[in-house]
Ligand binder design. Structure first.
Ligand code: GDP
Length: 454
C-alpha cells in the first residue's frame, strides 16, 4: 500500500524516542528529524514538512511539561494532529444533494485514472440510491468514449458521448442537458487529459466548465506523481475551481507523499481514494482514520463502523468496552477473527485494526490469509476453556503469553492436529497484536467519536 513505508518510518521514530531514558530536547529533535526525513523521502513538499516540524516544536514545549506528563503520548498526539492538518484544508468540499441536479466535472492528467474514477464515483453513488449519469467530453484521447461506454454499461449507468463530434464543449452541454431532462441527480462530466500540463488542456477545461457550470470540480491525481504534485495541482486549481481531490492507485507501491501535498496546493480535501482497478475498489477518505492507520494506530472508527454492520447489536457495547480497556486476550482475538471472516472484503478491513497488519492478509492473497486465520482458530479451539487447579488462568482468557509454556503448546498442537511451529507462530502473532492493542488503551472511546484531537 502507498505510504506504508512512511507510516512505518514515523512509527519507528516515535518508538525510538519512547525508548530513550529521558525525553529531552535531543530525543525530541532526533525524532522530528527522522520524521522530516521520512516525509521528504516520500515526496511530501518541503515547505509543508518544515511547517509541520516548526508547529510540533511550538506545541511540545518540554520545559513546560511537568514531570508525570506522558511526554510520548503528547508528542505522538502533536504529530498526529499536524499530519491531519496537512491533509485537512479545514473546510469540507461541496456535498452533492440527492434528488437535486448536481453536475460534477472531473479533471486531471491523462493516465491518472480519471475515466475509471468517474465510473467508480457514479457506481458508489448509484449503490446509495442516486441516479447518476456519465458524459464523455474527452475528445482528445482515441478510445476514451469506448472506455467510458464499456465501464458505464457494466455498471448499468446511462452515458452520453459521440464518435464523430470533436468539440468537447458541445458534447458536455448536450450530455448535461439530456440527463437534466431525464432527472438524473448526479451528472458526471469526464474531460480530456494530456500527458503534461499545457495551455490547450487548461483552455479546454475552462470552456467546458464555463458551459456546464459544475457544482463541483474534482481533480484526479495518481498517487505516484512525486514531487511534481504540488505544482501540478496548483496549475489545475488556477484554471478551474477545483473543489475536491481523488487520489488513485493507492494500492500500488508509490511513495505517495506528493499526492498528499495536493491538498495544500488546491486547499481542497481528498474525498475518495482509488485502491484498485475494479469498480468497487474505491474508499471514502477521512483524514483522522487515515492518519491513524498510517501511524499503525489502527482505524478504530472505521473498524467500529464495520463491526456495527456485522456484530449483533447486543454484543457491540461489550466489544467497545474491551477495546477501550486495551485488554487483548486470546478470546478477544478469536472473536475478532470470527468477525473478520464475516466481514469481507477482508483485506480492506484488516489494516483498520490496531496491530492487524496487511502482512497477515496481503492484498491479492486474501484466500491464503483467510485459510491462515481459520488454522489459527482451529488451534484456539483446542485451548482450554476452563481453568484447572494448577494453572487457574483460562487459556483463551489469558493475556499473558508467558504463561504459554512448551508443554501447553504441544498439547494444543496435538489437540488441533497442527505442527508446534504453527502454534508458536500463532502466539507470536498474538503478542504482536496485543502489544499494538495495549497502546490503544483509552483511545477506543475517542476513536469511536472520531475525535483523536482532544
Ligand atoms: P485516464 O487517462 O486518466 O482517464 O485514466 P484511466 O481511467 O484510463 O486509467 C489509467 C489506468 O490506471 C487504467 O489501466 C486503470 O485501470 C488504472 N487505474 C485507475 N485507477 C486505479 C487504481 O486506483 N488502482 C490501480 N491499480 N489502477 C488504477
Amino acid at each position: 500500500m502507498v505510504l506504508a513505508q512512511l507510516g512505518g518510518s514515523i512509527s519507528r521514530a516515535i518508538q525510538q524516542m519512547s525508548n530513550a531514558t529521558v525525553i529531552d530536547e535531543k530525543a525530541l529533535n532526533d525524532c522530528l528529524n527522522e520524521i522530516t526525513r521520512a516525509l521528504l523521502q516520500s515526496d511530501v513538499q518541503f515547505k509543508l514538512v518544515r511547517d509541520m516540524q516548526t508547529n510540533i516544536k511550538k506545541i511540545v514545549n518540554l520545559d513546560d511539561l511537568a514531570a508525570g506528563h506522558n511526554k510520548r503520548k503528547i508528542i505522538q498526539q502533536a504529530i498526529f494532529n499536524e499530519l491531519c492538518k496537512m491533509l485537512d484544508p479545514g473546510k469540507p468540499s461541496f456535498a452533492p444533494k440527492k434528488g437535486k441536479t448536481n453536475v460534477v466535472m472531473f479533471v486531471g492528467l491523462q493516465g491518472s485514472g480519471k475515466t475509471t474514477t468517474c465510473t467508480k464515483y457514479a457506481y458508489y453513488h448509484q449503490k446509495k440510491g442516486w441516479k447518476p449519469a456519465l458524459v464523455c467530453a474527452d475528445t482528445f484521447r482515441a478510445g476514451a468514449f469506448d472506455q467510458l461506454k464499456q465501464n458505464a454499461t457494466k455498471a448499468k449507468i446511462p452515458f452520453y458521448g459521440s464518435y464523430t463530434e470533436s468539440d468537447p464543449v458541445k458534447i458536455a452541454v448536450e450530455g448535461v442537458e439530456r440527463f437534466k431532462d431525464e432527472n438524473c441527480d448526479l451528472i458526471i462530466v469526464d474531460t480530456s487529459g494530456r500527458h503534461k500540463q499545457e495551455a490547450s488542456l487548461f483552455e479546454e477545461m475552462r470552456q467546458v466548465s464555463e458551459a456546464t457550470r459544475p457544482d463541483l470540480v474534482i481533480f484526479v491525481m495518481d498517487s505516484s506523481i512525486g514531487q511534481a504534485a504540488f505544482d501540478q495541482a496548483q496549475a489545475f486549481k488556477q484554471s478551474v475551481a477545483v473543489g475536491a481531490v481523488i487520489i488513485t492507485k493507492m494500492d500500488g507501491h508509490a511513495k505517495g507523499g506528493g499526492a498528499l501535498s495536493a491538498v495544500a496546493a488546491t486547499k481542497s480535501p481528498v474525498i475518495f481514494i482509488g485502491t484498485g482497478e475494479h469498480m468497487d475498489e474505491f474508499e471514502v477518505f477521512d483524514v483522522k482514520p487515515f492518519v491513524s492507520r498510517l501511524l499503525g494506530m489502527g482505524d478504530l472508527s472505521g473498524f467500529m463502523d464495520k463491526i456495527k454492520e456485522v456484530v449483533p447489536m447486543d454484543q457491540q457495547p461489550e466489544l467497545l468496552q474491551k477495546l477501550s480497556e486495551g485488554n487483548f486476550t486470546l478470546r478477544v482475538m478469536y472473536e475478532q477473527f470470527q468477525n473478520l471472516l464475516k466481514m469481507g472484503p477482508i483485506g480492506q478491513v484488516f489494516s483498520m485494526l490496531p496491530g492487524f497488519s496487511a502482512d497477515l492478509m496481503p492484498k491479492g492473497h486474501e484466500k491464503e490469509g483467510q485459510a491462515k486465520i481459520k488454522r489459527y482458530m482451529t488451534m484456539m479451539d483446542s485451548m482450554t476453556n476452563q481453568g484447572n487447579t494448577r494453572l487457574p488462568v483460562l487459556e483463551l482468557d489469558n493475556s499473558n503469553p508467558k504463561l504459554m509454556n512448551e508443554s501447553r503448546m504441544m498439547r494444543i498442537a496435538r489437540g488441533s492436529g497442527r505442527p508446534v511451529r504453527e502454534v508458536m507462530e500463532l502466539f507470536e502473532e498474538y503478542k504482536r497484536i496485543a502489544k499494538a492493542w495495549s497502546n490503544m488503551k483509552g483511545l477506543g472511546k475517542m476513536a469511536k467519536k472520531g475525535d483523536m484531537s482532544s
